[in-house]
Design a protein around this ligand. Structure first.
Ligand SMILES: Nc1ncnc2c1ncn2[C@@H]1O[C@H](COP(=O)(O)OP(=O)(O)OP(=O)(O)O)[C@@H](O)[C@H]1O
Length: 487
């Protein structure tokens, strides 16, 4: 008996899932559908399915980001990417990341079936060449610096426990990767890994996303919705950007952690919480606690095992290894093979990497695609980096000014401004920088002062030396939540 090929479909649009299920089912395929990238990933990890069809924009993760991860663990699996944002960028990115085909929405069902048929017939041809890199490329985390060794040791020690972990570190330093490693090597590895990013979900939806809701719990709740806590049962719940969690959700989460059970929004029946919690943030939670934006009691519940991930500039020795790893990976995804000249490597190691590993990864991917020569020279790196770096001559590693000095603050500001400049340049935006830089400092300033005055705007305006109406305008502009607290 031959088994029918199974197609895994991830799209948060139910009508697309229905149409595809019917069309593919009629053509003799088995079909499994999900609205979440996390579920799709779990199926792929569990070795299920013969072909993936994924949407790009999904509530929990961008489908395009999933493609290279799928190709890494299941290189033979064809992945079709469909997207309503049918820009040339999406198409190019899908292909670069190893997708078999890219389908702009709306698409022709006949064309889709033909592509599925073609993809399943030629799996061998789709398998990318073996990466030329070291076996290291298959490791979940790259880096041999002392700082990373310490991280590995902590992860290893935690494999036999379900302790709650709080990962802190700058953006792009690998917090999510560490969370996944804790899950993949831990006791709950057979269970699901469910991630939720507090900064990516509208604040008013966070509670129902986390805990689920009953039918009719609020306007628009047409059906019962299973929350991430329930989805993560038996596995790990990764609470990313925990510092952005709204106060009500914080209170609810604290209760769950204390009592070990929760109720859905609008529900009464308590459900046992059976998820290991790993939280992460790039923000300083102690500052948020001081300004009244994060509950101190919740912090202590979450901060059972703190893991502080070093920034890339704190471990420059890892840069060559990581750079080579990302070039190998780009090659495995079908981009041309590249090597870095030794001087180019030195220059990379001296750069400050405000966007950390993510920035390095992106640069290597871009160079793999764009540089025609097979050896990337120092000049090419120099041109790339001097474009984004503020300082011409970065200070050697270890020359960070002591914390809490005006120099350290200036350094932080410089890094942030450099990042905003890069973003504006990459997005081709002119005339936005001054406002964005000001907003970046104004919003936390106002939040802190309002925290200090317990939400009293008159006192806050006086403290700031601002006119009351100006302060109100800025509160609106920055969408700062103001709650008056008594006592
Ligand atoms: N040690 C590492 N080895 C290999 N790849 C890494 C490492 N650290 C980070 N990366 C890669 O860098 C990118 C950013 O990592 P990740 O998303 O885990 O960072 P993050 O700290 O969670 O970022 P953010 O705070 O912005 O969510 C990912 O593509 C990840 O695979």
């Amino acid at each position: 008996m031959t088994t029918l090929p199974t197609i895994l479909i991830a799209d948060d649009d139910r009508s697309i899932r229905t149409v595809l299920t019917q069309a593919l089912g009629r053509s003799g395929y088995q079909v499994r559908t999900t609205s979440s990238a996390a579920t799709l990933w779990r199926w792929v990890e569990d070795g299920e399915g013969d072909l993936v069809i994924t949407d790009v924009v999904m509530p929990d993760e961008n489908g395009l980001d999933l493609v290279p991860r799928i190709k890494r663990i299941r290189p033979e699996m064809p992945v079709l990417v469909m997207s309503a944002q049918s820009t040339i960028l999406t198409a190019v990115q899908s292909t670069q990341r190893g997708a078999f085909e890219y389908l702009p929405k709306p698409f022709d069902l006949g064309e889709l079936l033909a592509i599925v048929d073609r993809a399943l017939k030629q799996p061998a041809m789709q398998a990318p060449a073996e990466p030329s890199g070291a076996p290291e490329d298959n490791l979940p985390l790259i880096g041999r610096s002392a700082a990373m060794q310490e991280i590995y040791r902590v992860i290893a020690r935690l494999t036999t426990t379900d302790l709650t972990v709080m990962i802190t570190g700058e953006s792009g330093s690998g917090k999510e990767l560490v969370a996944r490693a804790l899950h993949d090597y831990g006791r709950r590895r057979q269970g699901p890994f469910v991630a939720i990013n507090m900064a990516a979900i509208p604040r008013e939806l966070i509670e129902s996303e986390l805990f689920g809701h009953e039918r009719g719990a609020f306007t628009g709740a047409a059906n019962r919705h299973v929350g991430r806590f329930e989805q993560a049962a038996g596995g790990t719940l990764f609470l990313d950007e925990i510092g952005d969690m709204p106060p009500e959700a914080q209170t609810r989460l604290l209760r769950v952690l204390q009592e070990g059970e929760f109720t859905t929004v609008g529900g009464r029946q308590p459900i046992r919480a059976n998820a290991r919690i790993v939280a992460a943030t790039h923000r300083d939670l102690r500052v948020l606690i001081r300004s009244g934006q994060f509950r101190e009691d919740l912090f202590y519940r979450l901060n059972v095992v703190p893991i502080r991930l070093p920034s890339l500039r704190e471990r420059p020795g890892d840069i060559p290894l990581l750079a080579q790893h990302f070039l190998n990976r780009a090659q495995a995804e079908g981009l041309p093979s590249k090597t870095l000249a030794p001087e180019a490597m030195v220059r990379l190691s001296q750069y400050r990497w405000p966007g950390n590993v993510r920035e390095l990864e992106n640069l290597m991917r871009r160079l793999s695609a764009l540089v025609p020569q097979s050896t990337i020279s120092e000049e090419i790196i120099e041109a790339e980096l001097s474009d984004r770096a503020i300082e011409d001559a970065p200070p050697p590693a270890g020359a960070e000014p002591p914390p809490d000095t005006p120099q350290a603050l200036e350094r932080v500001i410089e890094r942030h401004v450099a990042r905003l400049m890069t973003e504006a340049r990459e997005a081709g935006e002119d005339g936005v920088l001054y406002d964005r830089v000001l907003a970046a400092f104004e919003a936390p300033l106002i939040r802190l002062v309002l925290g200090e005055t317990r939400g009293n705007q008159i006192r806050a305006a006086a403290l700031l030396g601002l006119n009351r109406n100006t302060l109100r305008k800025k509160i609106r502009e920055h969408e700062i939540g103001v709650t008056r607290r008594v006592g």
